[in-house]
Design a protein around this ligand. Structure first.
Ligand code: CA
Length: 230
């Protein structure tokens, strides 16, 4: 599983080492030298995961994690804290502050990669290989196939990802902005109405089976997948 990872580390040598290692394993890496810079970058584009150094000049890694957790847009982005501190107390503080995991320096590149994979798997239920079924719809992520009332449905890759995300996060309303972050991975270069276009295509593909009603519009808020009628 490869991801876009933001590395927040104020020591350029360590930052470069981590970035090189992650890129070698197929991850797309961006880097920040401070929490303030990281928050600016996150505002422009949401990464799949953040490696966050605890000891940073200015805003600390811990405070940065707290801010990310307090914002609905960033509260689910996985965070791994990097730190020279090894004390149990700091570990607990870090996890309570919103980190998903914790790696103590010095760490081996292999250990870091293993932790990243583990956190990515936990944090992305829609990326799992499990077959999802609801309301007569069945989506198989491995075979990349969708069945509506037992009959195959032809979906484009974006509609497929959109449906997978909606089905694995059902009954909740998702704004266009959230869907862009979660399904497109980055909301910067995509207009919000793009979401409407793909929702329309998804519904059109489901219409023959009558299951297009599972993809519901919530006026003024966004979209939701629900087996209950509106
Ligand atoms: Ca540091």
């Amino acid at each position: 599983m490869t991801a876009s990872i933001l590395v927040v580390e104020d020591e350029p040598a360590i930052q470069a080492l981590i970035a090189t290692n992650l890129r070698r394993h197929g991850h797309a890496v961006s880097a920040a030298l401070s929490a303030e810079d990281a928050l600016r970058q996150i505002k422009a584009a949401l990464p799949d995961l953040i490696l966050l150094d605890w000891m940073l000049p200015g805003l600390s890694g811990l405070e940065c994690a707290r801010r990310l957790r307090a914002d609905p847009r960033t509260k689910n982005v996985p965070i791994i804290m990097l730190t020279a501190r090894g004390a149990e107390e700091d570990r607990v503080t870090g996890l309570e502050g919103g980190a998903d995991d914790y790696v103590t320096k010095p760490f081996s590149p292999r250990e870091l990669l293993a932790r990243i994979q583990a956190v990515l798997r936990r944090g992305r239920p829609q990326a799992s290989a499990d077959v999802v079924e609801a309301g007569g719809l069945k989506l198989d992520p491995v075979a990349h196939r969708v069945f509506a009332a037992g009959l195959p449905v032809n979906l484009g890759p974006t509609e497929f990802r959109l449906l997978h995300f909606l089905m694995t996060h059902s009954s909740r309303v998702h704004s266009r902005d959230q869907l862009l972050d979660q399904v497109w991975g980055d909301h910067v270069y995509v207009e919000e109405r793009t979401v409407d276009v793909h929702i329309r295509r998804l519904r059109a593909a489901l219409e023959p089976s009558g299951l297009d009603t599972l993809v519901q519009t919530v006026r003024g808020s966004g979209y939701r997948f629900s087996v209950d009628s509106q």
